[in-house]
Design a protein around this ligand. Structure first.
Ligand code: GCB
Length: 686
C-alpha cells in the first residue's frame, strides 16, 4: 500500500518544486517604458556567482558510447496565454498530451514553432508543450548510463521522462543535459514531455516584458522587446540520447600554444564522473593520443591516475584562418582513453573513449592588435543571424553548409555570433573551414541593470565559454551587444561582469559591440578590444553617403584615444530591397547599399593605416525576420544576401574588397571569376 502511494507523493512534490522554481511575477511585468529610463544603483558585492555548469561535451559515439537522435516529428499543444502554468498544475506531463483534450499540432524538431502553422502560434506568448515517444534498447540497461541532451530550447524548458521530472534550464541557445537512466524503461517505450516558455522579463537574457493589450476579442498578453530580431522559440537544436560507461570522461579542456620553431603544445585537463556503481571502478591509466589528419600518431602520453598533462608536437601543422594559409582549418584528433585495472595487460580494459578535434594555434593580444600564430589579424566579416524561412532559428544543416559556402565565396575570414551563441555544429564548421568567431552571449540590448540580471548574464557567459572553449575558431568573447552602457547602473554592472569573465576566459580577449558614444560609455574601459556599431548614412544622416568617411574616422579615433585598445567596427550597413534600383542612389536601393559600403571601405583603409584598427564587420550577412514594426519590410533588409541566400549587388562588391584584402595582407591570388571580361585593358583590374 505504502509503495503504491510513493510515486504519487513524488509527483506532487515534483510539480510543487517546478512551480516554486517558476516565479510567475518575473514575467508579467508592466512594460511602462518610463520605468526603464535608468536603473537604480545596486551594490554588486552580494551578487551570487552562477554555479559552474558541468559536462556538456558534444555527444559523439565511440567504442564505449552510443548516440541516438530524438530529432523528428514531435507533438505540440499550446497553453492558454493567460494561464501558462496550467499544464504544471494539471500535470499534463503524467500522461500523453492528447489526454488534455487540446489541439495536437505536429511539430518538427529542431525548428522554431512560430512559422510552422498557419495561425497565430507565431505570436504565442507563454508556454507550449512538446511530446514524443522513443524506444531505448534493453542492452543500454547493463553497465551504462543514459543521458538526455538538448542543444538549445528557447527560452526556458522543463523536461519530464515518463511523467517524472528530468531537468530544467533557462537561457536559450545553450545546451543542457541530465542523466535519465533511473527514469527510463529499457527495452520499452518511453515518453518525453517538454514545457517550453518563451517569455522574457527584466531578468532574462535578453530582457523583454510581457504586458496586456486590449483587442477586439478581449485582452491578450503581448511580448515586447527592444532587440531587432524575432523572438523565435521552441526546441531549436537537436535532442540526443547518449550512453556513457558507469565511470566516464565527463569534461575536457584543452589550450594550445605554438612556438616560432613550429613546436606545438597542448595542455589538457580531463574530468571523470562515476555513478554510484561506477565508484568501485578504479581508473588506472589515461592515454591521450594526438592523431594527424592521416591518422598518424603525432604525440601521446600515458598517465597513471593523473588527469591533466601536456603534449608536445614537433613540426606541428598550425590552425590557420581561411585565406591566411593554403591549408586553413587544420584539425588534429585528440583521443582520450580511460583504462581501468584488470588482471590482464595494463592497457587492456578500456573503460571510456572520447575524441575531440583540436586545432593547434596561439592567440595573443596587446594594446594595438590581436595576433594569431604571431601574425597580426585583420578581420573582414559579418554580423549574422541564425534565421531562415519556416524554420526560424531551427538548426538546418543545408542552410549551414550554404552559409559557409557564401562566407568563403565572399572571402570573409570571420563573423560574430550576433546576438547569441550559434549552434555547436556551426562552431565545428568554423573550426574546419578556418572561419574566426567572435563568440557572443545572448545579452542583447540589456537596459535595466540589476543583480538578478547580472547573475543570469554571468551564467550565460559561463555556459557559452564552457561550451566553446575548445574551439580554435573562437578568438574573442563578446560580453554584450548594444547594452545601454551610457547609463549610471552600467558601470558597476560591467565591472562585476568583466571581473567574473576574466577568471574563466580561457585565453581569449573580451570585447563587446557598443552603440553608446566613446565619451559616455561605461563598458569599454573593461575590454581588451573595443567594438562599436554605427550606422552612418542610415540612422544618422540618412541619404548622405558623403558624410561617412569623416564621421567614421573621427569616431574610431575617439574610441582609440580614450581607451588605447584595438578597435573594430562590428556593425555598419543600410536596409536594401533586393531588385530596387535607383540612379543616382536613393536609400533602400541596391545602388545606395553599394555606395554606403564603398565609402566605409575608404574609411577603413584610412583607419587600417593607423595601426590599431583590426576589423570590419558588415551588418548583416543575410536579411532576417524581426518583430512587426513600420521600419521593417518583412524584416531587416540589411543583408548582403537575401533571406533565401542569394546575393544582392553589394555582395559582388564586398567580395572584391575582401579578396583584395586577402591579396594585400596574405598574398592570396584572386579568384578567376572575381571580374568578368570587359575589354583587354581592364580585365585584370579589381
Ligand atoms: C543594431 C543592432 C542590430 C540591428 C541593427 C539594425 O545596432 O545591433 O541587432 O539589427 O542595429 O539594423 O538596426
Amino acid at each position: 500500500m505504502r509503495r503504491h502511494w510513493m510515486p504519487v507523493i513524488f509527483l506532487l512534490l515534483g510539480s510543487l518544486q517546478v512551480l516554486l522554481a517558476y516565479p510567475e511575477d518575473d514575467f508579467l511585468v508592466n512594460a511602462n517604458r518610463k520605468e526603464l529610463t535608468d536603473s537604480p544603483l545596486f551594490e554588486y558585492g552580494d551578487v551570487r556567482k552562477p554555479t559552474p555548469t558541468k559536462g556538456l561535451l558534444y555527444p559523439r559515439d565511440s567504442e564505449t558510447r552510443e548516440v541516438r537522435s530524438l530529432d523528428g516529428m514531435w507533438q505540440l499543444v499550446r497553453s492558454d496565454p493567460f494561464d501558462p502554468l496550467q499544464g504544471i498544475r494539471e500535470k499534463w506531463f503524467i500522461d500523453a498530451l492528447r489526454k488534455t483534450g487540446r489541439e495536437i499540432i505536429s511539430m518538427p524538431v529542431p525548428a522554431s514553432y512560430n512559422d510552422i502553422t498557419t495561425d497565430n502560434l507565431r505570436d504565442h506568448v507563454g508556454t507550449v508543450w512538446y511530446e514524443r515517444t522513443f524506444f531505448v534498447p534493453r542492452s543500454w540497461k547493463a553497465m551504462q548510463r543514459t543521458w538526455l541532451r538538448f542543444s538549445s530550447v528557447h527560452y526556458a524548458a522543463v523536461v519530464w521522462i515518463n511523467g517524472r521530472n528530468a531537468t530544467s534550464h533557462s537561457i536559450g541557445h545553450l545546451p543542457f543535459e541530465s542523466e535519465i537512466s533511473g527514469l527510463l524503461s529499457f527495452g520499452g517505450n518511453n515518453r518525453i514531455t517538454v514545457m517550453c516558455d518563451n517569455r522574457l522579463s527584466n531578468r532574462t537574457i535578453p530582457q523583454g516584458s510581457v504586458y496586456k493589450v486590449a483587442t477586439d476579442d478581449g485582452s491578450v498578453p503581448v511580448q515586447s522587446y527592444t532587440f531587432d530580431f524575432f523572438n523565435y522559440a521552441g526546441i531549436h537544436r537537436s535532442v540526443h540520447l547518449y550512453t556513457t560507461p558507469l565511470l566516464h570522461i565527463s569534461d575536457l579542456e584543452v589550450t594550445t600554444q605554438l612556438t616560432n620553431e613550429g613546436l606545438g603544445r597542448i595542455d589538457y585537463r580531463v574530468w571523470l564522473e562515476a555513478s554510484k556503481e561506477g565508484l568501485q571502478i578504479q581508473p588506472i591509466h589515461l592515454r591521450v593520443r594526438l592523431r594527424d589528419k592521416d591518422g598518424h600518431v603525432a604525440a601521446q602520453q600515458i598517465n597513471k591516475a593523473i588527469y591533466h598533462g601536456t603534449l608536445l608536437v614537433p613540426n606541428a601543422t598550425p590552425w590557420w584562418p581561411y585565406l591566411m594559409h593554403s591549408d586553413p582549418g587544420y584539425l588534429y584528433n585528440l583521443q582520450f582513453e580511460l583504462f581501468v585495472s584488470s588482471n590482464k595487460k595494463e592497457l587492456e580494459a578500456l573503460q571510456d573513449t572520447y575524441r575531440l578535434p583540436v586545432g593547434i594555434r596561439c592567440l595573443n593580444w596587446d594594446n594595438d592588435t590581436l595576433l594569431l600564430n604571431g601574425k597580426p589579424l585583420y578581420m573582414r566579416g559579418f554580423g549574422r543571424h541564425e534565421d531562415s524561412d519556416i524554420r526560424g532559428k531551427g538548426l538546418d544543416n543545408a542552410l549551414l553548409a550554404r552559409d559557409f559556402n557564401l562566407l568563403k565565396w565572399t572571402g570573409a575570414n570571420a563573423y560574430r555570433t550576433s546576438h547569441y551563441p550559434y549552434s555547436e555544429e556551426s562552431m565545428q564548421f568554423a573550426d574546419q573551414h578556418g572561419i574566426m568567431i567572435i563568440d557572443e552571449c545572448p545579452a542583447v540590448n540589456i537596459d535595466i541593470f540589476e543583480p538578478q540580471l547580472l547573475e543570469n548574464h554571468m551564467s550565460s557567459l559561463e555556459q557559452l565559454i564552457h561550451r566553446d572553449r575548445n574551439h580554435p575558431s573562437v578568438i574573442a568573447w563578446s560580453v554584450a551587444n548594444e547594452p545601454r552602457s551610457n547609463k549610471k547602473g552600467a558601470l558597476k554592472y560591467f565591472e562585476s561582469l568583466v571581473n567574473y569573465v576574466r577568471g574563466i576566459a580561457h585565453g581569449r580577449p573580451l570585447t563587446a559591440a557598443i552603440n553608446a558614444n566613446s565619451s559616455s560609455c561605461h563598458l569599454a574601459q573593461f575590454l581588451d578590444i573595443v567594438g562599436f556599431n554605427r550606422y552612418n548614412s542610415w540612422y544618422q544622416n540618412s541619404g548622405r553617403t558623403d558624410m561617412i568617411i569623416n564621421l567614421l574616422t573621427i569616431e574610431a579615433q575617439s574610441w582609440r584615444d580614450k581607451f588605447g585598445k584595438p578597435v573594430i567596427q562590428f556593425e555598419y550597413g543600410g536596409d536594401t530591397m533586393e531588385g530596387m534600383h535607383s540612379l543616382p542612389a536613393f536609400i533602400w536601393s541596391e545602388e545606395y547599399q553599394v555606395d554606403l559600403f564603398s565609402r566605409h571601405f575608404k574609411a577603413f583603409d584610412e583607419l587600417r593605416g593607423r595601426g590599431w584598427f583590426i576589423g570590419e564587420f558588415v551588418w548583416n550577412f543575410a536579411d532576417f525576420r524581426t518583430a512587426q514594426t513600420i521600419t521593417r519590410v518583412g524584416g531587416n533588409k540589411k543583408g548582403v544576401f537575401t533571406r533565401n541566400r542569394q546575393p544582392k549587388e553589394v555582395a559582388h562588391i564586398l567580395r572584391r574588397r575582401y579578396f583584395a584584402l586577402a591579396k594585400e595582407l596574405d598574398m592570396f591570388g584572386l579568384p578567376e571569376d572575381l571580374t568578368v571580361y570587359i575589354s583587354k585593358h581592364i580585365h585584370n583590374e579589381l
